[in-house]
Design a protein around this ligand. Structure first.
Ligand code: PEP
Ligand code: MN
Length: 354
């Protein structure tokens, strides 16, 4: 089955997935509470996650709870509140649909339909959920193999909807230190085999908020397409998943750590300067590494009897950078900055010339 899936799904994802920005090179960050609880809660969460750089809002209206005694979600009222939060912030909404009978209703309000782990092999749901014409995020089942996960995705693709996003949210293992075990290797394999975008949900994988920063970093370092993170105005009093939801401040810190916090989120002069100092330190580290490579080229040039200055190479390098800057930095500024770097590099290389 996987060959069929690969052939169909391995396409440019840019421009698909309604407003999620998948394929733009920047990870998709879906954030928000586990459950929609009130208008005040979901609107506050939407504003906070948007300000911190999130690209979409999550929130469960229909909740698949292990116990029938647990909060089951606000249902249609929850969907309506999600639409209010979207109107307030412009963030696309991702929310779960649990039953075929709910598809049309959920699709009226949601931008992305989520199929939860417990429904990954609800074949009736898989066959119909794609027909609403909205992107579908398919979470991996609690004990599903990659093969089973991709086969489930194929049901959705077969209904004529190619906008399928996979989400790894941790699997059942013998380990009890975390709620589930984040299976990054399978997420990588699923992405390779299907060509579909894969996002990671560290919140349900870990079940504890202290692990979210490290797991998020790991997921993006592994080349995943995005994250889904639970964020709540008052996690300790959340009606579901209280232990794993981040406060607004914690979410901001995760986003800053991932270098995804927008500059507009830096409210004080002090915060802006801290960011500038951190970036300068990184730029310097990169310059030192660059200089190592420059020295090595200097040695090779000297051994081959080549001159230090190679104007064609310098011009090509500058043109490439001006293109990469895409107009966000003027040509003259790119030339001035790299002009200084190139001059320092030439001086360094002169020392190897006999
Ligand atoms: C959720 O994301 O709201 C959820 C219930 O997650 P999962 O289906 O992965 O348990
Ligand atoms: Mn949850």
């Amino acid at each position: 089955m996987v060959e069929g899936l690969t052939a169909r799904a391995k396409r440019e994802v840019t421009g698909r997935f309604a407003g999620l920005g998948l394929g733009s090179g920047r990870p998709v960050i879906i954030a928000g509470p586990c459950s929609v609880e009130s208008e005040e809660q979901i609107v506050a969460a939407a504003r906070a996650v948007k300000a911190a750089g999130a690209t979409a809002l999550r929130g469960g209206a229909f909740k698949p709870r292990t116990s029938p005694r647990s909060f089951q979600g606000l249902g249609e009222e929850g969907l309506r509140l999600l639409a209010v939060a979207r109107a307030e912030t412009g963030l696309p909404v991702v929310t779960e649909v649990m039953d075929t009978a709910q598809i049309d209703l959920v699709a009226e309000y949601a931008d992305v339909l989520q199929v939860g782990s417990r429904n990954m092999q609800n074949f009736a749901l898989l066959k119909q959920v794609g027909r609403a014409g909205k992107p579908v995020m398919l979470k991996r089942g609690l004990s599903a193999t990659v093969e089973e996960w991709l086969s489930a995705a194929e049901y959705i693709l077969d209904s004529g909807n190619d906008q399928v996003i996979l989400c790894e949210r941790g699997i059942r293992t013998f380990e009890t230190a975390t709620r589930n075990t984040l299976d990054l290797s399978s997420a990588i394999v699923a992405r390779q085999r299907s060509g579909l975008p894969v996002i990671i949900d560290p919140s349900h994988a870990a079940g504890r908020r202290d692990l979210i920063p490290a797991l998020s970093r790991a997921a993006l370092a592994a080349g995943m397409d995005g994250l889904m993170i639970e964020v709540h105005p008052d996690p300790d009093h959340a009606l579901s998943d209280a232990q794993q939801q981040l406060t607004f401040a914690e979410f901001r810190r995760v986003m800053a750590d991932l270098e995804l916090l927008p500059a507009t989120a830096l409210e004080s002069m002090e915060a802006c300067r801290a960011e500038i100092d951190r970036l300068d330190r990184r730029i310097l580290q990169l310059l030192l590494r660059r200089m190592e490579a420059v020295r090595q080229v200097g040695r090779i040039k000297a051994a081959a009897g080549l001159p230090v200055l190679q104007e064609d190479r310098e011009h090509a390098l500058l043109d490439r950078l001006v293109g990469l800057a895409g107009g966000e930095l003027a040509r003259g500024d790119v030339e001035a900055i790299w002009g200084a770097i190139l001059a320092a590099s030439r001086r360094e290389q002169e020392s190897f010339q006999g």
